[in-house]
Design a protein around this ligand. Structure first.
Ligand code: SAM
Length: 328
């Protein structure tokens, strides 16, 4: 075990032992994921403060088409929805990040009174909320730091119309069965007669997909390797991130882009006191980004109890936004 996480019997040292504040769920997930035959880490662990900053840099890349394509589509979506939601509504955004994509909605939909952004990356969310609140002083902003893989408790709401918002094709990080569970849970969280506005990346030529996840400046590679640096920082592991190469490709059979970190040599890493061996060329699977045709996504949403009310397709069908409704 590394020094940062060592502790000694109090009687030997005559002091109260220092037990570092390790996130037990994070530690357990990392150890169990690295024990699998295909080593894996959950994509949600990309997003500490550093990871969120890298993601913001990815969004500025010309190659990463989903971000700008969706952002360009949202003003049209918002103006179409302005009459559907005329007064007093609350937007609950899942995986809200830097709070950029809510702005076209706020600009075109004056009925939005309250905004509840949910994100796992706490400091990043807090900073983004401060900025949003100063840009929109009349909006009530109630951030929730939490993991939307589990039921999320929302702050008390007045009897307002609730609209979930889930942009960025973050739904693609779930496998289809998990995506269906997420959609079912979101229906419970948002309640009867709610809506969900969701951005989903489409199936397209692997040419676009390969460029999007293998940018020339290596920012996506830095984002990918940061998960190892984060494990070092928070769990006292001794990964050398440079010993792992970024590898991303479109798996057509599964309909997903896979991201991996490939060990360049045989070596052993100490992770929170557990020795994890890597063969040369062995990978850690760090992310899936599933892509859906509109038919596939509508089927998925319907299977989770949502009714698809409206679909907007971006230029060249590069991205889709759907308005779902919960009739229950
Ligand atoms: C792909 S980024 C999208 C960010 C933003 N919504 C956009 O469209 O640009 C995913 C966002 O979801 C957050 N996130 C990922 N997994 C999460 C989880 N399990 N619970 C809550 N937030 C999560 C990340 O911190 C990040 O801000």
């Amino acid at each position: 075990m590394t020094t940062a996480l060592s502790f000694y019997p109090a009687s030997d040292l005559n002091i109260t032992p220092f037990i570092p504040a390790v996130d037990r769920n994070f530690a357990d997930d990392v150890i169990s994921g690295l024990a699998l035959p295909q080593k894996q880490l959950h994509a949600k662990y990309f997003y500490d403060q550093q990871g969120s900053d890298f993601f913001d840099q990815i969004c500025q890349l010309e190659e990463y088409y989903p971000y700008q394509t969706e952002l360009n589509l949202l003003p049209k979506v918002a103006s179409d929805l302005a009459n559907t939601f005329p007064t007093d509504c609350t937007i609950v955004e899942f995986g809200a990040g830097s709070l950029i994509k809510i702005k076209p909605l706020l600009s075109a939909m004056p009925g939005i009174r309250q905004f509840i952004p949910i994100d796992i990356s706490g400091i990043h969310l807090e900073l983004a909320c401060q900025q949003l609140q100063s840009d929109y002083p009349d909006l009530t902003v109630k951030p929730v730091v939490g993991d939307f893989c589990f039921p999320v408790e929302l702050p008390a709401l007045h009897n307002q119309q609730k609209i979930g918002f889930f942009p960025g094709s973050t739904i693609g990080n779930f496998c289809p069965a998990q995506a269906a569970s997420f959609l079912e849970n979101a229906r419970c969280t948002l309640g009867p007669d709610s809506h969900l506005l969701i951005g989903v990346d489409t199936k397209k030529s692997p040419y676009y997909l390969h460029r999007a996840y293998n940018d020339a400046n290596g920012i996506t590679a830095k984002f990918n390797r940061n998960i190892l640096s984060r494990i070092n920082r928070e769990l006292g592991a001794n990964f050398v991130p440079e010993n792992f190469e970024h590898y991303a490709f479109y798996n057509a059979g599964q309909g997903r882009v896979e991201m991996h970190l490939v060990s360049t040599a045989e070596h052993v890493v100490d992770v929170f006191g557990t020795a994890v061996s890597f063969a040369a060329g062995e990978s850690i699977h760090t992310e899936n980004s599933y892509k859906y045709t509109p038919d596939e996504f509508c089927q998925l949403a319907t299977s989770a109890g949502w009714h698809v009310e409206q679909t907007w397709l971006a230029e060249k069908d590069l991205f889709a936004t759907y308005l779902l409704r919960n009739h229950n």
